[in-house]
Design a protein around this ligand. Structure first.
Ligand SMILES: [Mg+2]
Length: 154
């Protein structure tokens, strides 16, 4: 089973990242739906996810809020990405950090999983979380090229 984060992992959101004049992060700009729709998919993601999803469940896990569910699904379809068997998003207004939220979801998946789990994320804060659950953490986006090369050997 592959569980996969979205922002910074499969979606290149660098064009939505900018600072406010006071040096803070401009969240309003980052979360603008019209900009989210313009995210590019990192190289090799499309090939790897389409190949993997034919044989293994692919689950998406993102700190994005539920209000972005439809835009996220539309973006995936538009980008030629496979529909995930499950898309976990943070409830609107959930004030936990995305790491806390992901930890919570991963603990539930691990509890019911009967197969090995790999998790792709760009956030190194997930290293100790994955180590705790015995989950293999794939460091995105660099891992996609490695997986692409491996898949083509099969
Ligand atoms: Mg991320």
């Amino acid at each position: 089973m592959l569980i996969c984060n979205i922002d910074g992992t499969i979606a290149d959101n660098s064009h939505r990242r900018r600072e406010l004049p006071d040096g803070g992060f401009d969240w309003d700009y980052f979360l603008r739906p019209d900009l989210i729709s313009q995210d590019r998919v990192f190289p090799y993601v499309r090939e790897v996810l389409n190949r993997l999803s034919a044989r293994h469940p692919v689950i998406l896990l993102s700190g994005r809020e539920e209000r972005f569910r439809s835009i996220t699904r539309a973006w995936m379809a538009e980008q030629g990405l496979p529909l995930p068997v499950k898309l976990y998003l943070r409830a609107d207004g959930d004030r936990r950090t995305s790491t806390e939220f992901k930890n919570d979801i991963l603990s539930r998946i691990v509890e019911h999983a009967h197969e090995a789990i790999s998790y792709a994320d760009d956030n190194t804060e997930m290293d100790p979380v994955c180590a705790h659950y015995g989950i293999q953490l794939l460091h995105a986006p660099a891992v996609w090229e490695e997986l692409f090369r491996f898949i083509h050997l099969l």
